[in-house]
Design a protein around this ligand. Sequence first.
Ligand code: FAD
Ligand code: SF4
Ligand code: SF4
Ligand code: SF4
Length: 426
Amino acid sequence: MVKSLLQKQCLSHERQKALESKTVCVVGAGISGLTVANSLANEGIRVFVIDKNPFPGGRSVQYGCKATDSCLQCGVCLVRDAVANFKKSSLIDASFSSTPRALHRRENDGYDIEVETIPNPIDWRSCTECGECREVCPKNAVKSIPGWKYYISEHCDRCGKCLVVCPVGAINLERKRQYETFPALSVVISSGFKPFDPAVNLKWGYGANPRVITGSDLESLFCREKFLPSDPELKDLKKIAFILCVGSRNIVEGERHCSRVCCAYSLRMANRIKEEYPDTEIDIYYMDIQYFGKSFSSFWAELKRKINFIRSHPISISIDEQERPLVRYESMSDLRCREEAYDLVVLANGICPPDNGEELAEIFGLDLEAGGFLSAATNAASNNGSGRDSGIFLTGACRRPMGIAECVESAYGAAAGVLRYLGDKV
Ligand SMILES: Cc1cc2nc3c(=O)[nH]c(=O)nc-3n(C[C@H](O)[C@H](O)[C@H](O)COP(=O)(O)OP(=O)(O)OC[C@H]3O[C@@H](n4cnc5c(N)ncnc54)[C@H](O)[C@@H]3O)c2cc1C
Ligand code: SF4
Ligand code: SF4
Ligand code: SF4
């Protein structure tokens, strides 16, 4: 798509060459930022990516495949592919564990971006992914994400065992905070979202009962290909509930908006658990099903044959005498309060605006919408949420709740906007 847009612009060979000497900075290496970076690199443009995580891929790189005998198009593969392409590209450089601190307009053109980095002890450029450090770590502090290198988490107690075994000297436990300035002609903000944390409301019992987990927790279990919790006390899950819209569509309990992804990911995960463990009984509590994909109606019709759908938003989750979560809800059929005990309850937590929206808005001259998501400054806004005049573009879930496929689409739009912007400058 980006290619065809460039072709439509009929750039001359000289202008194309001039374009290729430009650098674009992408803030946030989730699926949105990686898609922009990969698309621009495909056009020969140098990209510099900054992410506060020690790895690329954002939230969804730690989700799992929801396919049964066929792909259910959850989009997680797209993230893995984007990480793989990013890793291969010679035109993309990155700084991880880094955050932008200030933006200065250059006199001639473009920007200087001040970036603060607290480097991870593992230098991702040198790491060969041999895994030796993970083998010897007594704290289980060496982590990895699918398709990427290793990094050291906050559980490290600096014992130094990993240093001794690393065959390429990629580990340095003494790395110091550093400040650098990077030049860029254009900047893309793709800083993503924050998942709703149900611990803020005692009614959900999240954090107090290990049998109550979130959709984010279940995604990580799926990612490790262990669909159900490994805690031996949680074996034999005969009855599971999913509660949709946790933190979404309810201004008192969370956000006013629909998160657009919780119904779909819950239904796909419930379907996969049912395929794997056909004797498990699954109830899904829902207000109404919001789904934004193709072929959904046939999938839902099929699902209704094996899963019970209960139209209600539960009142609370307590604990029964066997320490099982007890879901209290009002039945829509007779408007009576009922209680149902489960072996596991999954709270389908939704998408909230990121905590750092205000800071990013201030640095990059963006607007913060009433809901907390970012938008292009009013005087620079265009239809796809981009600043045509400023060269500062926004994409992905930092703008509003969206799923992976929609993020990819939005990122192509931002990449096309950047190309147009750069094209006008050469
Ligand atoms: C529980 C759950 C399950 C989901 N399952 C699915 C699913 O199955 N299918 C689907 O399509 N969608 C799913 N989604 C939605 C999916 O997570 C999002 O669509 C996607 O992650 C958004 O990608 P993004 O790149 O816009 O943001 P993110 O994935 O949030 O990535 C943003 C990146 O920006 C970085 N960043 C943030 N601030 C800064 C800063 N100041 N400086 C530097 N870097 C910064 C972050 O570290 C991060 O790496 C799910 C959502 C939830 C909550
Ligand atoms: S990760 Fe999602 S999109 Fe990929 S095969 Fe699995 S179900 Fe399909
Ligand atoms: S220093 Fe010790 S605790 Fe830290 S990552 Fe290395 S082996 Fe693990
Ligand atoms: S031992 Fe060194 S090269 Fe091997 S995975 Fe660890 S950091 Fe990377």
